[in-house]
Design a protein around this ligand. Structure first.
Ligand code: ATP
Ligand code: MG
Length: 420
């Protein structure tokens, strides 16, 4: 679990602001759910046999002996909230969320135990077009952020029946090659064979190159649906690759599954992943409601943003530290109290004020004022307190100083707005 220091948070805030505006324009509304849920929600929602539920959850007993879990992902919570508050009877829900998620994983670059996601869920939509709208939301957001080197990979996991058919084909094929599989995959052959396709083991991946493909096992109807998705992506000129081994880590996906991969991230290459999960709402006690969504990893996004050169410009556009409007140089017991009071008044009026708190010599404070990038300095010493007159000095351009009355912030405001 890592700290985000001020240099990082301002870059995060800039990304979050772009995302928020993007969702606002797209009619997607924010939902906030608790970080803590009853364990059963994830066990039922994500699937007992997944890595997330099987070995990655932070679960503990609370003081009333209820098993609680720090959320490892957002979808189950969003669906729970929508069901609990009857949102689904109010028509289609287009929702987004962001915040920390917790998984007990081996930490490495792009993989943490507390990480952050931005996610989108569309509840109550079933068309191929809604799949594509949701994918486009992710694609366009990443484009707007200036991320380059991305690849969209898509697959169809079909219906439950398609998956059962395919599972059998895959199990038969893998059983004949059992001794070639890594130990983890050998175990999954009985618990969750489809997950073997997602194995990170190199020799297993090589073996799988010849395995039966999911797409060949799709029913006619599923396959037509998937064709429609591809057709619409083409119309929107969103490039994609078919990846017949893309299964996603959570059990609830069917039909369209997708990932957006970066060529900058090495092992942890998936920036965004999602897909359709038509069965989940009902499984969590709601009315039958088809749904589709995605989640994007903030840490990986920040890594890609740092890595991709042409993002630097867009990054610095929104992310450079804003210099204060005014630097308040102050020294002396009375002067310091007066300066704090004036800083509060000016801030309340919308001026950003850096109040020097060092009590150091004026010369030193002035050096800091220059470095701060502020447009103006205001000096308050004991003398100024006594005379009630202070000097407003331009720092960025050569210009005249202004003598203003200490007890007249309105005059200072007027000068800041006009003289530049
Ligand atoms: P992976 O295969 O990399 O473990 P996943 O399939 O477990 O990913 P999802 O549950 O789909 O990931 O989460 C969506 C996104 O959240 C991922 O694509 C990734 O960007 C991010 N993410 C997932 N787990 C972590 C983690 N432990 N640390 C940082 N980011 C993560
Ligand atoms: Mg994972």
């Amino acid at each position: 679990m890592v700290d985000l220091l001020p240099d990082q948070t301002r870059r995060w805030q800039a990304v979050e602001a772009v995302a928020r505006a993007h969702f606002l324009r797209s009619g997607v509304r924010e939902i906030r759910t608790p970080l803590l849920e009853v364990t059963d929600l994830f066990a039922r929602g994500i699937g007992e046999a997944t890595d997330v539920v099987g070995k990655e959850m932070y679960s503990f007993m609370d003081r009333s002996e209820r098993s609680c879990t720090l959320r490892p992902e957002g979808t189950a919570s969003v669906v729970r909230a929508a069901v609990q508050h009857g949102l689904l009877s109010q028509g289609v829900q287009k929702l987004w969320y962001s915040g920390p998620m917790f998984r007990y994983e081996r930490p490495q670059a792009g993989r943490q135990r507390q990480f952050h996601q931005i996610g989108v869920e569309f509840l109550g939509v079933s068309s191929a077009r809604s799949d594509v709208e949701v994918i486009a939301l992710a694609w366009d957001l990443l484009r707007e952020l200036g991320v380059s080197g991305l690849e969209l990979q898509i697959n169809s996991l079909g219906t439950l029946e398609d998956r059962q058919n395919y599972r059998q084909q895959l199990v038969n094929w893998l059983e004949a090659r059992f001794e070639w599989l890594d130990a983890d995959s050998q175990q999954r052959l009985t618990t969750n064979p489809l997950r073997i396709l997602d194995s990170k083991n190199q020799s297993t991946q090589t073996l799988l190159a010849d395995a039966p493909a999911f797409l060949d096992a799709l029913s006619e109807e599923s396959s037509q649906r998937f064709d429609a998705v591809q057709g619409l992506l083409n119309q929107l000129e969103i490039p994609f690759q078919l990846n017949t081994r893309l299964v996603r880590g959570l059990d609830y996906y069917g039909h369209t599954a997708f990932e957006i991969i970066s060529d900058q991230l090495g092992g942890q290459a998936t920036v965004c992943g999602g897909g359709r999960y038509d069965g989940l709402v009902q499984q969590l006690g709601g009315p039958p409601s088809p749904a589709v969504g995605w989640a994007l990893g903030m840490e990986r996004l920040m890594l890609v943003l740092e890595a991709s050169a042409d993002s630097q410009e867009s990054a610095s556009r929104g992310m450079s530290e804003k210099a204060p409007d005014l630097y308040l140089v102050n020294r002396g017991e009375h002067a310091e109290a007066v300066a704090l009071r004036l800083a509060r008044k000016l801030r309340a009026a919308g001026v950003s004020v850096e109040l020097d708190g060092s009590g150091a010599a004026f010369g030193k404070q002035f050096k800091r004022a220059d470095r701060s990038g502020a447009a103006w300095a205001l000096v308050i010493g004991e003398e100024e307190v006594e005379s009630g007159q202070i000097l407003l000095t331009p720092l960025l351009v050569k210009g005249e100083e202004h003598r203003v009355a200490l007890d007249d912030p309105a005059q200072i405001l007027a000068l800041l707005r006009t003289a530049h």
